[in-house]
Design a protein around this ligand. Structure first.
Ligand SMILES: Cc1ncc(C[n+]2csc(CCOP(=O)(O)OP(=O)(O)O)c2C)c(N)n1
Length: 641
């Protein structure tokens, strides 16, 4: 970092340094911070637009609150790069989202200023409330502040927390950072409410009402006097947040530092539950991001001047395969409806949304609701397709069991980002879905090995009457043409890809290519299993009978995964073929490049080969139960049977 470019920012190694600056210097700091952020993300890639919008808010919060003693709980964490830069991580930003470098989200392990780890949405108010109550229990005067976006405010969990807080006697500040955007424009009645607040219609003539309310708040008279001098916004009765037991303050301009500082300073002195509505512009200060905040929400490395990405694969991603299939199937079947919990772009639903606006639902960051909403549609004969990331499906587990599977409702789950997800890291890893789906009765679960199979499996899931899931990985596959057909695959049938000797590899989904490469070296048989549920029993049992060693491979947690399903089948059939399960070991895998993550887990060709060689050698000397190991590759060698 050049001190020439960043004369002030270069002196800030902690919020204490920041608090040593005079208020007049903060504008310059904001402009340096913004420049640094753009330069940094242009090089590393990552989340940009939200951080740009939160620059002044971040400075004002650290300036006013005594962090890390006071707790700042950022929601999701994608907007927290300015916070990282101001809290001692400035010089580490060049390793952002890379192996061994800074996380793209928030991590308690990474910094004492990250009061709460995050990556998933809408947890901040609950966590900050917990901290506020803990402070009360222990007699501490530390403050707890949740900073949450209008997108994150669409999730039920945020209201569960407000509802709980509204009935407690905690000191809690919730800052709503409202930029009218989720990843795409925010939707729903809440956004309409916020827009009405912004338009000013609601607060005309309410000044007197506010004063009346404030006289009943401790210290409020003094606060009102001081605050009104600086702030154009005001405390209004009648907002949703007032009804939930908070004092609503705002809306105020989140790029106006003097206003932010005086408001926050006053709020820090107030007890009770405060709700500050701050209005910001997503992408603020970088022309390209202001023009297209949706694209600049999360980007790969780009040219600063033009805003164009440096690299881009021309190959179709699995998301692209889903996108084409969805439009084609929607053309063929008028009953199809598409649902996304606020991930239109990420899930590849833009074209569908344009072409079939009447059958497209962005339900907000509301995964639980998305599934039960789909269940309701299915009850009435519609054919819902829910596009959802594996990691976010975790939020909707009871809805899947109780509302969909138990009633055997016809819902298709298009599960994107299944597997390790590279730079997004542990918070976003999709490595648990097989475990939590396959124990649910009525589920059909498939994992494609290439793009063509992905399309076929989506059709299979769609035509299957009942809940069905296709889990496909982030990024591109081997590059197989998908074709244009909409026919289903035969149900529950695996495909034998290679006949070899002694060893059979049962590959589930994306790992097939690596399994084939490993098998070539040792002349092993390879099966593309295709279905996790129902398993192709015949093929598994035949492979077990014809070989000395079975090897299951999947880009998923070993615990409870597809390999476990094979183990269960073999045990039930009293089939004693030695088996090893390769997959993601029992620990969280940090961010980094995807190929590196696979190698770390022993899921590339050489890792698979190494695991087999190690097991095969042990087979000569022992017929016992386990292979112990020190590092990840060997941890995969779980249990001979
Ligand atoms: C449970 C969950 N679902 C979806 C996401 C993906 N996601 C990340 S940021 C984001 C939009 C957040 O919007 P907002 O809170 O308004 O923040 P902004 O980016 O506008 O500052 C979404 C949907 C997530 N992180 N967690």
């Amino acid at each position: 970092m050049s001190e020439f470019h960043y004369p002030l920012l270069g002196t800030i190694d902690s919020p204490a340094d920041l608090r040593g600056l005079g208020e007049r210097q903060l504008e310059q700091l904001a402009s340096e911070l913004r420049e640094f952020l753009i330069e940094s993300v242009a090089t590393t890639g990552g989340h940009l637009a939200a951080g740009l919008g939160a620059v002044e808010l971040t400075i004002a919060l650290h300036y006013t609150f005594n962090t890390p003693q006071d707790r700042l709980v950022w929601d999701i964490g994608h907007q927290a790069y300015p916070h990282k830069i101001l809290t001692g991580r400035r010089d580490a930003m060049d390793g952002l989202r890379q192996q061994g470098g800074l996380s793209g989200f928030l991590s308690r392990e990474e910094s004492e200023y990250d009061a709460f780890g995050a990556g998933h949405s809408s947890t901040s108010i609950s966590a900050a409330l917990g901290m506020a109550m803990a402070a009360r229990q222990t007699g501490s005067d530390r403050r707890a502040v949740a900073i949450i976006g209008d997108g994150a405010m669409t999730a039920g969990m945020a209201y569960e927390a407000l509802n709980n807080a509204g009935d407690s006697d905690c000191d809690l500040l919730v800052v709503l950072n409202d930029n009218e955007m989720s990843i795409s424009p925010n939707r729903g009645a809440l956004q309409n409410h916020l827009s009405r607040l912004l338009s000013g219609r609601l607060y005309t003539g309410m000044r007197e009402g506010s004063k009346h309310i404030l006289t009943n708040m401790p210290g409020a008279r003094r606060f009102l006097g001081r605050w009104e001098e600086h702030v154009k916004g005001m405390i209004m009765p009648g907002t949703l947040f007032e009804e939930l037991g908070f004092n609503y303050i705002g809306p105020i301009n989140g790029h106006d530092l003097p206003t932010l500082l005086s408001t926050l300073r006053n709020l820090r002195g107030l007890h009770g539950r405060q709700f500050l509505h701050v209005v910001t512009r997503k992408g603020k200060g970088y022309h390209h991001a202001e023009q297209d905040p949706c694209y600049f929400h999360g980007v790969s490395p780009f040219n600063r001047e033009t805003g164009e990405p440096h690299t881009g694969s021309s190959r179709k991603t699995y998301t692209g395969v889903f996108s084409d299939w969805l439009c084609d199937m929607a053309d063929a079947d008028k009953r199809l409806v598409g649902i996304t919990p606020a991930m239109c772009e990420g899930s590849g639903m833009q074209r569908f949304a344009e072409q079939h606006a009447g059958r497209y639902y962005d339900v907000g960051i509301a995964e639980q609701h998305a599934l039960t909403f789909a269940a309701g549609l299915a009850c009435e004969g519609q054919k819902p397709v829910v596009a959802i990331y594996s990691t976010f499906l975790q939020r909707a587990y009871d809805q899947l069991i109780h509302d969909i599977a138990l009633q055997d409702l016809d819902v298709t789950l298009a599960i994107d980002r299944a597997g390790l997800v590279g730079a997004d890291g542990a918070t976003h890893a999709g490595v648990f879905d097989i475990s939590f789906l396959r124990c649910v009765p009525n589920m059909l679960i498939m994992a494609p090995a290439d793009e063509r199979e992905c399309r076929q499996m989506l059709s299979t899931a769609y035509h299957h009457e009942g809940p069905a899931a296709v889990r496909y990985p982030r990024g591109t596959g081997p590059g197989v043409e998908t074709g244009t057909g909409l026919e289903p695959l035969p149900l529950g049938k695996a495909a034998i890809c290679r006949r070899g000797r002694r060893i059979a590899i049962l590959a589930f989904g994306s790992v097939l290519e690596a399994a084939l490469a490993a098998a070539d070296e040792i002349d092993a048989s390879v099966v593309n299993m295709r279905y996790v549920k129902p398993l192709d029993r015949e093929v598994v049992l035949a492979m077990a009978q014809q070989h000395d060693l079975l090897v299951t491979v999947e880009e998923h947690a070993i615990a409870g995964g597809a390999g476990s399903a094979v183990n269960e089948l073999l045990a039930a059939e009293r089939c004693h073929c030695p088996t090893i399960n390769l997959g993601v070991p029992d620990r969280f895998i940090d961010h980094g490049d995807h190929a590196g993550q696979l190698a770390q887990c022993g899921l590339d060709a050489s890792g698979i080969l190494a695991a087999i060689t190690a097991s095969d050698a042990s087979l000569q000397t022992t017929d016992t139960q386990s292979v112990t190991a020190g590092h990840d590759k060997q941890e995969n060698l779980r249990g001979y049977r």
